[in-house]
Design a binder for this molecule. Structure first.
Ligand SMILES: [Zn+2]
Length: 88
């Protein structure tokens, strides 16, 4: 005979109330990650979405800033060789 209001503890396999957040036997948290870290999960999702959004924006910027990027690369090469000449 199974009681529907009881669940097995993930850690010690004891019967505990379904509504219990912690196992009374071993103290194991019975909630899943998203329930335990609700705020943290939302923040992570927002960061991921922001990352995807900026990645898409960068993709569009590449087309317009190609000329600037080429000039920057040339400048970086000259300044790097000057620096290494001083150091060694
Ligand atoms: Zn337990």
């Amino acid at each position: 005979m199974e009681n529907k209001n009881l669940v097995k503890c993930k850690a010690c396999d004891a019967d505990i109330a379904k509504s219990a957040k912690k196992c009374p036997h071993c103290g194991e948290d019975q909630r899943n990650f998203f329930m335990r870290y609700k705020v943290l999960s939302i923040i992570i999702i927002l960061i991921v979405l922001a990352g995807i959004g900026s990645a898409l924006n960068n993709e569009n910027d590449k087309i317009t800033t190609t000329n600037f990027t080429r000039q920057d690369t040339a400048n970086t090469k000259t300044s790097t060789s000057t620096l290494s000449g001083k150091d060694f």
